[in-house]
Design a protein around this ligand. Structure first.
Ligand SMILES: Cc1cc2nc3c(=O)[nH]c(=O)nc-3n(C[C@H](O)[C@H](O)[C@H](O)COP(=O)(O)OP(=O)(O)OC[C@H]3O[C@@H](n4cnc5c(N)ncnc54)[C@H](O)[C@@H]3O)c2cc1C
Length: 320
């Protein structure tokens, strides 16, 4: 008998539940979905495949649900809480773990149950240079899967459910949340300007590195992306140093982790912190003027040359 028989999942966004439920079901668990959002989202959560929904209603902020969630977890003793890897859900998960004196497993690339029934996770460390296997101790665990694990589960669920559509609605239990109980006061709501790109959903990616000398030269990368039907991503310095692209576009250990069919790295040196984001790519192509650049060790196809010369020629060939 495993210890992971009863698992709760929680997210900010109703659309994350199908993947979270799939992760929990893979552990062989009975799954309950904890929802801290509005009635509209509740419908989607109750048809996400969970066996039951625990609706925490009345909080101003998602974080307000954490004390009630911890109280319920203490009373009902689930084996684990799996939360979506967003900043606010990590905070909720950490609050619950602190109150329950539970261990936390974060950014798991895989989750399973070992022969003794304990939750076991793999996680990348040293910027993706190594993988650790962690085994949870104690009667209750808070786990945070990495975004790539959720994306692959979402794709599996979409393939499997196909024409069958959403699951039938399950039972919903509602509990009242005291607004402000998290101790955080909402002062103002302001829309954040974000780049709406979803690199994880892209079939092909062109990744831009510091080999580009000027921001206007990125037009070359966008031209190549159009020719191969790709989204454009970048290395961290291009987003956070030069600020030529939004933070949402950088790939790697601290950015997006991707599983595209084709990944073309242009003017990218190939440091592990970046390339780890492309380890799930089926085919990697590198364009770099330095034949000793580490990116070539990870590429299936490499072109040694100046990107200002190679990219326009490549685009012309592709468009022919
Ligand atoms: C804790 C930590 C976390 C990090 N997380 C991330 C992360 O998530 N994502 C990430 O991307 N980075 C991350 N980094 C940074 C990472 O280590 C590298 O510094 C970064 O990825 C390098 O970016 P780059 O390849 O664009 O630049 P560079 O390393 O400067 O490489 C530029 C390349 O362009 C080539 N080049 C130059 N001119 C041309 C030309 N005209 N034509 C063709 N090629 C040309 C050069 O030969 C060179 O190989 C992290 C670092 C740390 C310490």
């Amino acid at each position: 008998m495993t210890r992971c028989e009863n698992v709760w999942v929680a997210a900010e966004d109703a659309s994350d539940y199908a993947a979270l439920v799939a992760v929990a079901r893979d552990l062989g668990a009975r799954v309950s979905a904890v929802w801290m959002g509005d009635e509209q989202g509740l419908d989607a959560v109750s048809t996400s495949g969970a066996g039951a929904v625990i609706h925490l209603e009345g909080g101003v902020l998602i974080e307000d649900g954490a004390p009630v969630l911890a109280q319920l977890a203490a009373e009902r003793t689930p084996d684990a809480l799996i939360v979506a890897p967003t900043k606010r859900m990590r905070l909720v998960g950490a609050c619950v773990a602190a109150r329950m004196r539970a261990c936390v497993i974060s950014d798991a690339t895989s989750l399973d149950v070992d022969e003794e029934g304990a939750l076991r996770a793999e996680r990348m460390v040293y910027g993706g240079g190594a993988v650790t296997v962690e085994r949870a101790v104690g009667a209750f665990v808070v786990a945070v899967p990495c975004a790539a694990l959720l994306a692959s589960k979402a794709a599996e669920r979409a393939d499997a459910s196909g024409a069958a559509g959403a699951d039938a609605p399950c039972a919903v239990e509602t509990f009242a949340v005291q607004p402000g109980s998290s101790g955080i006061t909402l002062v103002e709501r302001r829309a954040r300007e974000v780049d709406a790109v979803n690199l994880s959903a892209a079939r092909n990616i062109v990744s831009v590195g510091r080999g580009f000398a000027a921001e206007e030269d990125l037009a070359l990368a966008y031209g190549l992306a159009r020719a191969v039907d790709a989204e454009v991503g970048c290395t961290r310095p291009v987003a956070e140093g030069s600020k030529w692209m939004a933070r949402e576009r950088y790939i790697g250990v601290s950015g997006a982790m991707l599983t595209p069919n084709l990944f073309i790295a242009v003017g990218v040196s190939g440091q592990v912190q970046h390339m780890v984001g492309a380890t799930g790519a089926k085919v990697v192509v590198a364009i770099n003027k330095d034949k000793g650049a580490p990116v070539f060790k990870q590429a299936d196809f490499g072109i040694v040359g100046d990107l200002y010369d190679v990219v326009p020629r490549l685009v012309a060939e592709l468009e022919r």
